[in-house]
Ligand binder design. Structure first.
Ligand code: GLC
Length: 400
């Protein structure tokens, strides 16, 4: 187009449409250059897709890698079970003194506490045997404020006993001395069903003067301090064990418990002869594996990503519970947030702009991840949303 012609055209358009802000650009051998442009854009996009695929590929474990994880886990399990290696073992394989699963003849009213997940719960469980077996439950949920989780041990146990007191009032049971089972979802070195020394806090807990102490003792002390009611603390139970027992009540062949919650762990019925830390070779006992600590000796380091390392480094207990931190509810949201930041930094998401919100630790909760994963409509919206954000090439959902 000749410059003179462009000016004329512009003038005419302005006269015809006075509000128009159309501008004409002059192009020299435009159409040929254009073909090169189309090619260049295609190249750039293809290159970006390649980079995205490569980045995401690193986040996927191959079958070979999974088999390798299994092999390494087996070695750590063996170390935990053997007397000679128990001391250095990361997967502790803790005996639970639970030696049989329910047979249906159980009967009575029992109190139960559940500490170690997102909430603290107090329950009354009425178990009735006979032809029509029934289990009836009443429960109340109590929050445990962060200051209490990370304050002193006395404050934590006083708070627990205060919640029990409230529950007994609510149920009108203050004057009965009920047997109580304590689900305490942390690693405990047990010497009997009703004695367990806390090995170390995990997940979000960090109350002082509890590690190395018998947790049942701490609970009994707090009940005594309150001088208001009495309870018969019969058992301390890991949540994996509680879960296994509940399922075994319905299905007698169930002999494994697995928790995929705030933390991750499993238990199973093991032959006594394989549990070298406990005298006696007869029968079986449930072993709390504490597999969350798998990898704490560095044996999974080649499989951890930079995101796993960042989440671990900034946690309450750096270097501890590495396996748990790679897969459980307390950490998954944070892992995804770190991945999103990295993908944005690389220019694959949000036009390369890392917002203040995205920078906020803990803001992307794991529950959002579950919602995205479980909702097909949300998955679709995730894709549309990422497209309208101008990224177009990297649907948010492929990283989750
Ligand atoms: C943590 C605890 C473990 C518990 C698991 C699931 O790994 O150490 O005892 O079973 O979380 O709650």
């Amino acid at each position: 187009m000749h410059p003179q012609y462009a000016r004329r055209l512009h003038k005419t358009v302005r006269r015809l449409v006075p509000d128009s802000d159309v501008r004409f650009l002059l192009s020299e051998s435009g159409s040929a250059k254009g073909a090169a442009m189309v090619t260049a854009v295609a190249y750039r996009l293809a290159d970006q897709s390649r980079q995205i695929i490569q980045t995401l590929e690193e986040l996927q474990l191959t079958t070979e890698q999974l088999l390798e994880v299994k092999k390494r886990m087996k070695i750590e399990i063996q170390n935990g079970l053997s007397k000679s290696t128990q001391e250095i073992a990361t997967v502790k394989m803790l005996p639970t003194f639970v030696q049989s699963t329910p047979d249906g003849s159980e009967n009575g009213d029992f109190l139960a506490l559940d500490l170690g997940g997102t909430n603290f719960r107090v329950l009354l469980v009425k178990i009735r045997s006979g032809k029509r077996r029934t289990v009836e439950m009443n429960n109340k949920i109590y929050a445990i404020p962060m200051e209490v989780m990370q304050g002193t041990g006395e404050e934590l146990f006083d708070h627990i006993v205060q919640c029990i007191s409230d529950f007994l009032d609510y149920m009108g049971m203050k004057n009965t001395r009920s047997p109580l089972g304590f689900t305490f979802s942390f690693p405990c070195q047990q010497t009997s069903l009703d004695a367990g020394v806390l090995v170390t806090w995990t997940k979000g807990f960090k109350a002082t003067s509890c590690e190395g102490e018998d947790v049942v003792g701490l609970l009994r002390d707090a009940i005594r301090r309150r001088e208001e009611f009495d309870l018969d603390v019969v058992a301390i139970v890991n949540d994996t064990v509680g879960t296994m027992m509940t399922c075994a009540y319905e299905e007698p062949t169930c002999e494994v418990g697995l928790i995929a919650g705030t933390g991750s762990n499993a238990c199973y019925m093991e032959e006594m002869k394989n549990i070298e830390m406990i005298e006696g070779d007869e029968g079986r006992m449930c072993v709390n594996m504490e597999w969350g600590a798998f990898g704490d000796n560095g044996c999974l380091d080649d499989m951890r990503t930079e995101y796993d390392r960042t989440v671990d480094d900034l946690s309450l207990n750096p270097g501890k519970q590495r396996y748990e931190k790679m897969c459980s509810g307390m950490y998954l949201g944070e892992i995804v947030r770190n991945i999103l930041i990295d993908l944005t930094r690389k220019g694959f998401l949000f036009r390369g702009q890392i917002s203040e919100t995205l920078k906020t630790r803990g803001i992307f909760e794991t529950k959002y991840l579950s919602q995205i994963e479980s909702d097909r409509l949300a998955l679709l919206q995730g894709q549309i949303h990422s497209a309208t954000l101008g990224t177009g090439t990297a649907p948010v959902t492929t990283v989750s």
